[in-house]
Design a protein around this ligand. Structure first.
Ligand code: MF3
Ligand code: CO
Ligand code: CO
Length: 308
């Protein structure tokens, strides 16, 4: 049994350790209430009309046919283009709410729907996770500051398919340890993608990501998983980012799924904040995340979320 006294001590110890991390986010910002108007002509996912609960990620992995694969290529390419466009607005002074509006407008102009909007009740079009916010940050009124790192996670629903991708941007002058964190987190994703192909076991992904974290002396956050994706946002398989024997299935041509590892410069433990979305490291240390949607092909894999 665990002693709550020891827990509290270690909690404060960890908090203090990263007290000097730059620009620690300590509280939620103000989330704007303005309702987005999605034109009638935009095709919407089912949860736009009826609130969904947590998606099912266990069960049979879908093998997509050529037509579905083409659909995935199109939506993923669009998601990647939308993410690249953020380079123009990610700078000190821009609020995450402004980035959200910018991406919303770009997605609607491209005749697509921003998948997070209304998904399990999510209020905005993208996730923006700054510094110690590990995942699912809700765009708010906080202006970006010089030295921040921010993950922008974009998913679009386009012609019936979802495409999901994210990356961590540097805002102005990020210190060396921040740049190190982001660089090696991105490398971890690319290393994991490299080993994917037909006949490969899904648990090799997590092995690769945790092995690399040890090599570069960063913490591997285990709380979030990659997922199957298609005409659904989240589905089988569950892709664990740590060493495991939970998912021993083998990859097959026609499978599409995401890989989205998170690394931390401090603790790998997260806490959920009161909006029931935002997760922060428990010690305020910064995290980085990168995500691609990939397709298993006959001879290896293809990264679908590239802009060309
Ligand atoms: N894009 C996220 C992922 O990689 C999911 C965001 S769901 C939301 O799976 F509701 F938070 F938007
Ligand atoms: Co995502
Ligand atoms: Co995802």
């Amino acid at each position: 049994m665990f002693s709550s006294r020891i827990f509290i001590r270690s909690f404060f110890f960890k908090r203090n350790k990263f007290a000097d991390a730059p620009n620690v986010i300590r509280e939620l910002g103000k989330v704007s209430k303005d309702s987005y108007s999605v034109p009638d002509c935009i095709q919407k996912p089912p949860y736009y009309h009826v609130l969904n609960k947590q998606a099912a990620t266990v069960g049979q992995i879908e093998i997509k046919n050529e037509k579905q694969i083409e659909g995935m290529r199109r939506s993923c390419r669009l998601a990647a283009r939308m993410l690249n466009m953020c380079e123009d607005v990610v700078k000190p002074g821009t609020t995450t709410d402004e980035i959200d509006k910018f991406v919303f407008n770009n997605i609607i102009s491209s005749n697509a729907y921003p998948s997070p909007l209304r998904y399990c009740g999510f209020p905005k079009s993208i996730c923006t996770s700054v510094n110690n916010i590990a995942c699912h940050g809700i765009p708010d009124d906080r202006p970006l500051m010089d030295g921040d790192i921010i993950n922008i996670d974009i998913t679009v629903f386009y012609e019936g398919f979802h495409g999901d991708t994210s990356r961590t941007f540097l805002v102005g002058n990020v210190n060396e340890s921040g740049r190190y964190l982001v660089e090696h987190n991105q490398k971890a994703l690319m290393k994991a993608i490299k080993i994917c192909g037909p006949g490969q076991c899904f648990n090799e992904i997590g092995k690769e990501i945790s092995k690399y974290a040890k090599e570069v002396k960063l913490s591997n956050v285990r709380a979030f998983i990659g997922h199957g994706i298609g005409d659904f946002f989240h589905g089988p398989p569950e892709v664990y980012h740590f060493e495991n024997t939970i998912n021993m299935e083998l990859m097959q041509p026609g499978m599409t799924f995401t890989i989205e590892p998170i690394y931390s410069e401090g603790s790998d433990e997260l806490e959920l904040w009161e909006d029931k979305w935002t997760t922060s490291t428990i010690d305020g240390s910064r995290t980085s995340q990168f995500e691609h949607t990939i397709l298993i092909t006959d001879h290896g894999c293809e990264i679908l979320t590239v802009a060309e």
